[in-house]
Design a protein around this ligand. Structure first.
Ligand SMILES: C[S@@+](CC[C@H](N)C(=O)[O-])C[C@H]1O[C@@H](n2cnc3c(N)ncnc32)[C@H](O)[C@@H]1O
Length: 214
C-alpha cells in the first residue's frame, strides 16, 4: 500500500471533523478568480478529505474530486453528501485519471504535484490540461520547504526530489519548487502566472485549443 493510501486509511476521523469545523470557508483568491472567469464546473484533483471541494461547493461551483487514496475520496464524498452536495469523487491518479477529455472549466490541485517527483509532476500537468476545456484554467499550488521536510529522514535524488526513507513520512516524496522550477515544468508555450503565496507558490495556466502541450 502506498504512502497516501496508508495515511488516509489510518486517519482519525475526529481529526478530520475538527479540521472541517475550524476551516475558513470565506472566499479566497482562487474562488475570486474562478468567479471572474465565469468557471462553473471544476475538479479538485488530489482532494484529500474534500475540505476545499466543500468550500468550492459552498461558493456555488459544481465540483467533482479525485484522490489517489480511495480512503480519501470516500471521506470527501461523504463530507460533500453530509453537507447536501453531490459530485463525483473517485480514486484516481492525477497522472492518469481516466476521466473524459475537456470536462471542466477549471481544474484545481492544491499541494499535490509537490508530493510527486518532478518528472511525474510534468505528466500530471499534462493530464490536468487534458481534462480542462479550451479557454479553461489549471490552477496548482505547491508548498515551500519547511523545517520538517529537512529534518525527517530522506535522501535527495538527482532531480532534487526529497524521498523520505524512515519516520512518519517514510515513502512520501516532496519536491521543493521555486519560481524557476515551476517555469521549468510548465514550459514557455502556455500563458501562465506564478504568484508567491505565504507558504508556497500558485501557478495559474490558461488552456488554449491550439496549445495542448505542457
Ligand atoms: C498535502 S495533501 C493536499 C490535500 C488537498 N488538496 C488539500 O488542499 O487539502 C496531498 C493530497 O494529494 C493526494 N495525492 C498524492 N499523490 C497523488 C496522485 N498521484 N494522484 C492523486 N492524488 C494524489 C494525497 O492522497 C493527498 O490527499
Amino acid at each position: 500500500m502506498g504512502f497516501w493510501e496508508q495515511s488516509w486509511k489510518d486517519i482519525d476521523l475526529a481529526r478530520v471533523e475538527a479540521y472541517t469545523e475550524g476551516f475558513n470557508f470565506n472566499s479566497d483568491s482562487i474562488i475570486d478568480f474562478l468567479n471572474e472567469k465565469q468557471c462553473h464546473k471544476v475538479l479538485d484533483a488530489g482532494c484529500g478529505c474534500g475540505i476545499y471541494a466543500l468550500k468550492l461547493a459552498k461558493h456555488g461551483f459544481d465540483v467533482d474530486g479525485l484522490d489517489v487514496a480511495s480512503s480519501a475520496s470516500d471521506i470527501a464524498s461523504k463530507l460533500m453528501a453530509d453537507n447536501g452536495f453531490t459530485g463525483r469523487f473517485t480514486a484516481a491518479d492525477i497522472k492518469d485519471t481516466r476521466l473524459a477529455t475537456e470536462s471542466y472549466d477549471a481544474v484545481i490541485s492544491r499541494d499535490v504535484i509537490d508530493h510527486m517527483t518532478k518528472a511525474d509532476a510534468k505528466l500530471a500537468l499534462k493530464e490536468l490540461f487534458r481534462l480542462t476545456k479550451n479557454d479553461g484554467y489549471v490552477i496548482v499550488t505547491v508548498d515551500s520547504l519547511d523545517d520538517e521536510y529537512v529534518s525527517e529522514p530522506h535522501i535527495v535524488d538527482a532531480d532534487g526530489n526529497y524521498c523520505f526513507t524512515d519516520g512518519k513520512w517514510n515513502g512520501m516524496v516532496f519536491h521543493p519548487y521555486d519560481e524557476n522550477e515551476l517555469q521549468d515544468i510548465i514550459g514557455n508555450s502556455t500563458e501562465h502566472l506564478i504568484s508567491v503565496l505565504e507558504d508556497g507558490f500558485m501557478l495559474v495556466c490558461r488552456k488554449y485549443a491550439d496549445n495542448e502541450r505542457v
